[in-house]
Design a protein around this ligand. Structure first.
Ligand code: FES
Length: 143
């Protein structure tokens, strides 16, 4: 009889320990492996008014959850690229003095067409289309 009680007590203690372990480990494992949430797909964004950007200047705008670089090259000429450097994903910027796109992280340079000029970036920047709708500048992904 005593032997039977001991085995029941061991079984209950073991079950309690297992339940405690699961209650600690499950949230930790869920935190380390979150469920896949699909990123909202954005194909077109308004990037501001034409008059807000002077010729030979650029600005960073949000393209969904990512940055895009809008450049006003001349009076009516605009260019837009993903602002994510193809080297290690730093955000690039337009340099008015050199008329190039510069990544400050490792001194990478792209030309005004997004092609690599110098530095470590392995690929050109992803280019977006730019359209004017009246006074509004609209950036969209290329089809
Ligand atoms: S991350 Fe841009 S040059 Fe390295």
């Amino acid at each position: 009889m005593t032997q039977e009680r001991r085995s029941i007590a061991r079984w209950l203690l073991g079950g309690g320990f297992a339940a405690s372990a699961v209650s600690f480990l499950y949230p930790a494992l869920k935190f380390m492996n979150p469920p896949a949430v699909p990123e909202a797909s954005v194909n077109e964004v308004p990037a501001g008014k034409v008059q807000d950007l002077k010729p030979n200047s650029g600005k960073i705008v949000k393209f969904g959850s990512r940055p895009a670089l809008l450049i006003r090259v001349g009076q009516t000429e605009f260019r837009a690229f993903s602002a994510i450097c193809t080297h290690l994903n730093c955000t690039v910027q337009f340099q008015e003095t050199t008329h190039q796109i510069w990544c400050a992280c490792h001194n990478g340079f792209y030309d005004i067409n997004g092609k690599v000029v110098s530095g470590p970036p392995p690929r050109p920047l992803e280019e977006y289309d730019v359209r004017l709708r009246g006074d509004d500048v609209v950036i969209s992904k290329r089809a």
